[in-house]
Design a protein around this ligand. Structure first.
Ligand code: XMP
Length: 507
């Protein structure tokens, strides 16, 4: 496996992801706490950093146990650090170099650059630049603005690049990583989701021993896959709680609960619908609704967790994008648009240790891991569904009757997508109950009833999204079905807004 020493770059996790895409297992460790046993790693990658190597409090770890002893690839800050401490020179660049650049080769016979074309696009993001290469440094490539864009150290398997091979904008980044890891460092590309399951289960066994663990299941992919991993590791010591907040999809609580039991999970279903509805009564503001739901969820979950004697750990299905989004949602530079997501939602008073087996994975990887444990395809292929559920799809205040109407409408839409073979082509879909009535006519009668909006988007991570071009025939049938079958609705519209500037949910 490969060791990634993290200097705090926002891209460090992406390095790990790219390495995994090469079917090579990697572990991220903070630069100041490297693992003791270095023998287990066949190569080391140094990440970028928001710091400047020239700053007094920059990170300057001792690399003497690694450099020259193991193949090493230093990225961005890593490359500068290597230069700064080995007889080179790093200075502030005249302009902050950020964005696309094109590589031109200086030394094109090196294995490191095999399969990469002159002019290949790379992504730069730095404000310092390497003025003088370190001792024994050999220049491999430059860009228009950056003279020392890639170098190696003569006589060692030490390579350094100023740009970021891990971001997609570096077109041949993956090839570079492969050249370094497979051809230069001789790492075997034999890591697979199966191997991840094996390693994670072993780690969990070791970490958790005989301790009891509680986990909240949501019916979604992440918590379900996390549960399966833990189940494999500790069996009945995993206590799963599945709360019905009354805002789930139609029949979801009973169906999914059965499915979980069928998977052998030790799961308790708690129907707290009434408690949630009470807490929501009279609330129309989206953030007020989210807060009320969050609060009641914590109360219900905590009550249940207290029933498990001597529980030590709280497991969460947090995945990597949750980690990034919550960084910006809590104190990062970007404004809180919606107070989403699982991270930080932990009640302090529970004082449990946290275990998050999926923290380093992206959604598609979670699905692959689930598939390798033979989990049900419909469960793994489920669209994302927000924690506050239908509450944020009923605009304005919430009543039991509105929930019923929306559940019916949503079921017609989602089942229709499945029947038409469209479900898997859509990233997320749902219906929204609008707070307006409109006039219609049914038979000879004038009606004055609810209007619903349908939303179906394509996306990869929910950060940006576009509406899906659903076939007219499908929309036509769905609209008819909804109006004919769901009492109280006389009008259906289709949402054709992209994100940004709209968001996926209406609240
Ligand atoms: P937006 O509406 O921000 O949604 O474009 C992006 C993704 O996040 C989901 N979402 C939530 N998930 N709690 C959640 O767990 C929330 O409060 C919440 N709000 C939005 C949304 O369904 C979409 O997948």
């Amino acid at each position: 496996k490969v060791l990634i020493l993290d200097f705090g770059s926002q891209y460090t996790q992406l390095i790990a992801r790219r390495v995994r895409e090469l079917n090579i297992y990697s572990e991220i460790h903070p630069f100041n706490k490297p693992p003791k046993d270095l023998d287990q790693y066949k190569a080391v990658i140094l990440s970028g950093s928001p710091m400047s190597v020239r700053s007094k409090d920059a990170f300057h770890p001792d690399l003497s146990e690694i450099r020259g002893k193991k193949p090493m690839l230093a990225v961005c800050y890593g490359a500068q650090y290597l230069a700064h401490f080995s007889g080179g020179e790093v200075a502030e660049s005249n302009t902050r170099e950020y964005g696309r650049a094109k590589l031109s080769f200086v030394e094109d016979s090196d294995t490191f650059l095999e399969g990469i074309h002159e002019g290949s696009q790379v992504w730069m993001s730095h404000s310092d630049t390497i003025k003088i290469l370190p001792k024994n440094g050999v220049l491999l490539a430059s860009t228009h603005d950056v003279q020392n864009a890639a170098y190696k150290i003569e006589g060692e398997t030490t390579y350094a690049i100023q740009f970021h091979p891990e971001v997609y904008h570096s077109t041949d980044g993956k090839q570079l990583l492969e050249n370094f890891l497979v051809k230069i460092a001789n790492v075997n590309p034999d890591w697979t989701p199966n191997a991840f399951v094996q390693e994670t289960v072993d780690d969990l066994k070791e970490k958790l021993g005989n301790d009891k663990v509680v986990l909240g299941l949501s019916g979604g992919v992440d918590s379900s896959v996390a549960a399966m991993l833990l189940h494999k590791a500790i069996g009945k010591n995993l206590y799963c709680i599945f709360v019905n907040n009354g805002l789930l999809r139609k029949n979801e609580f009973t169906d999914v609960l059965e499915q979980y039991k069928g998977m052998g999970l030790n799961v308790k279903g708690v129907d707290a619908s009434a408690r949630f509805l009470d807490a929501l009564a009279g609330k129309s503001d989206p953030e007020d609704k989210r807060k009320a739901i969050g609060r009641v969820f914590i109360e219900v979950f905590d009550d249940e967790a207290h029933r498990i004697e001597d529980v030590k750990w709280l497991a969460q299905g947090t995945i990597y994008p949750d980690v990034i989004e919550s960084v910006s949602a809590t104190g990062g530079p970007s404004a809180t648009i919606k107070s989403h997501h699982n991270v930080g939602g932990l009640p302090d008073f529970m004082k449990l240790k946290i275990v998050e087996p999926l923290k380093a994975l992206f959604k598609d990887e979670v699905r692959r891991v689930g598939a390798s444990m033979d989990m049900d395809k419909t469960l793994l292929g489920r669209h994302p569904f927000p924690g506050p559920g239908l509450a944020i799809r009923i605009l304005g205040d919430i009543t039991a009757e509105k929930v019923r109407i929306l559940q019916e409408v949503d079921a017609v839409f989602i089942n229709g997508l499945r029947d038409a073979g469209l479900y898997d082509k859509v990233w997320q879909a749902g219906a929204i109950l609008l707070p307006v009535n409109s006039v219609g006519v049914m038979g000879d009668e004038r009606t004055y009833e609810k209007c619903v909006a349908l939303r179906a988007v394509e996306s990869t991570d929910g950060m940006t999204a576009d509406w899906v071009n659903l076939p007219y025939e499908f929309l036509q049938k769905t609209s008819n079905d909804i109006i004919n079958k769901v009492k109280g609705v006389n009008r259906v519209v289709y949402d054709i807004s992209s994100k940004p500037p709209a968001t996926i949910e209406w609240e």
